[in-house]
Design a protein around this ligand. Structure first.
Ligand code: FAD
Length: 436
């Protein structure tokens, strides 16, 4: 029998298995789907995703950050596309050293599975869907069972292990869904950026792929106007694209067909508690699925792995309970931040008031470049707890509002030094790297 059982060979489960294997533990992983390295099953939900400092740090712990970055496209900022075609690039970091990385979800998942198996300590059992867990026994849909006195559920937002161990779960579905479209290579769009077409109640985004194509995602309400419900015919889909995305439409030759045939995804925030019962634990989306607008879901799950593994003492029950207690406030914080960022991306980045505050923040940061970090930078380029980013964001808002009224930057610096810096102090903010 292996030292522990992991349910789910998604990115988080595979990384956990690999990280534990590097610590000398043996792991049996049970995965519902067939092996995506042998069978073309698509890679689940979105095709590419953004990996940033928290995720890269966890990959660095198993020596994989350089391999992953080699396969990624850096995104230095967000490029907004106004309705009149005007472009504006807002840099993410304080310098060219700070960027996020667009990465193939399937490629990353396959790499993690392969490296986990190559460790010689991880066995992945495919087409094994957990249905129940009781009395240390995991039971699968095909009727097989496995002894699992120590078990970790990394089985995603619809976690079966969660149903078995967690009493309280809230699931908040957004009233908007998403569809993915492919923009083929040769579009001429700036490659090293995350593109956004903010249209108030909805938006289109595009992340670059290595082959020069972009994966575009349309986030739009299910019902109402405009909504996916209105886009059920080729002509309505075409008219919608022409009206709202006149510069993107011609770059996606079969826009209407793609839109009609793409599956419609739902987005949910899951808050579950408890995350652990005895020597059973939930991590990643199984414990805390969040909406994708901060690009942090997987990064947060990877950070779970770092924090969990570094706190293991050999007493699984105590370690799992301690990890869950310590991590929960940060999971709650990033869930709130992700929802706020939906409003910011689709709506506020086109709002002059918001842009004015961003400009003021830019000016303030220019006056204290080695001390000030924006909320986005705290989330994306540091490993400070997410709750600090949430708290810092509130303080920053007050300071920026005051600066908008007074333009008194000396006072702004004083306030930032007094109120913000003590929060950021644990992190050496000089020389922070994509991969530490
Ligand atoms: C549109 C979109 C864009 C996103 N963009 C980003 C981004 O840019 N950056 C980022 O960090 N995050 C992003 N995310 C979030 C990210 O996808 C998730 O947080 C991440 O996939 C969670 O990983 P996981 O391994 O916990 O769960 P999953 O990826 O859901 O993996 C769970 C695994 O468990 C398996 N499984 C499920 N049930 C069972 C069962 N009963 N028995 C056995 N196996 C089971 C599944 O088949 C799967 O392999 C995005 C999400 C969406 C929807």
């Amino acid at each position: 029998m292996a030292d522990l059982v992991v349910i789910g060979a998604g990115p988080v489960g595979s990384l956990l298995a690999l990280t534990l294997a590097r610590r000398g533990l043996s792991v049996d992983v049970y995965e519902r789907r067939p092996d995506m390295r042998r069978v073309d099953i698509g890679a689940g939900r979105s095709i590419n995703l953004a990996v940033s400092t928290r995720g890269l740090h966890a990959l660095h712990e198993v020596g994989l950050d350089a391999d992953v970055l080699r396969e990624a496209v850096p995104m230095l900022g967000r490029m907004t596309h106004a309705l009149d075609g005007k472009l504006a690039l807002l840099r993410y970091g304080r310098s060219e050293k700070e960027f996020i990385n667009s990465m193939s979800r399937g490629g990353l998942n396959k790499l993690l599975m392969t490296r986990a198996e190559e460790s010689g300590r991880v066995r992945i059992h495919f087409e094994k869907k957990l249905v129940t867990y009781a009395d240390d026994i995991a039971s699968f849909e095909d009727g097989s069972r496995a002894e699992a006195p120590v078990i970790v559920g990394a089985d995603g937002s619809a976690s079966a292990l969660r149903k078995a161990i967690s009493a309280g779960v809230t699931e908040d579905y957004l009233t908007a869904g998403y569809k993915e479209l492919t923009m083929p290579p040769g579009s001429g769009m700036h490659r090293e950026a995350l593109h956004i077409w903010p249209r108030r109640s909805f938006m289109l985004i595009a992340l670059p792929n290595l082959d020069g194509s972009f994966t575009c995602t349309l986030f739009l309400a299910f019902e109402g106007s405009p909504s996916f419900a209105e886009l059920e015919t080729g002509s309505s889909a075409r008219a919608f694209g022409e009206k709202y995305f006149p510069d993107a439409m011609p770059l996606i030759p079969d826009f209407a067909d793609q839109l009609m045939s793409a599956p419609l995804g739902r987005m949910v925030t899951i808050r579950a508690w408890p995350w652990s019962r005895g020597s059973a634990l939930l991590i990643g989306d199984a414990a805390h699925a969040i909406v994708p607008f901060f690009g942090q879901g997987m990064n947060a799950g990877f950070e779970d792995v770092t924090l969990l593994v570094q706190s293991l003492t050999g007493n699984w029950t105590a370690d799992f309970a301690k990890f869950a207690e310590a991590r929960r406030p940060d999971a709650d914080a990033i869930a709130d931040l992700a929802i706020e960022n939906f409003v910011e991306m689709r709506d506020r980045i086109a709002d002059p008031e918001f842009l004015k505050l961003r400009e003021i923040e830019h000016q303030l940061q220019a006056r204290m470049p080695d001390r000030y970090l924006t909320r986005y930078q705290i989330v994306t380029f540091t490993r400070l707890p997410y709750r600090i980013a949430l708290e810092a964001g509130k303080i920053q808002y007050d300071i920026l509002e005051e600066l908008a009224r007074t333009s008194d930057y000396d006072r702004g610096i004083e306030l930032a030094d007094e109120r913000l810096l003590p929060l950021l102090r644990p992190e050496p903010i000089d020389g922070m790297r994509q991969s530490e």
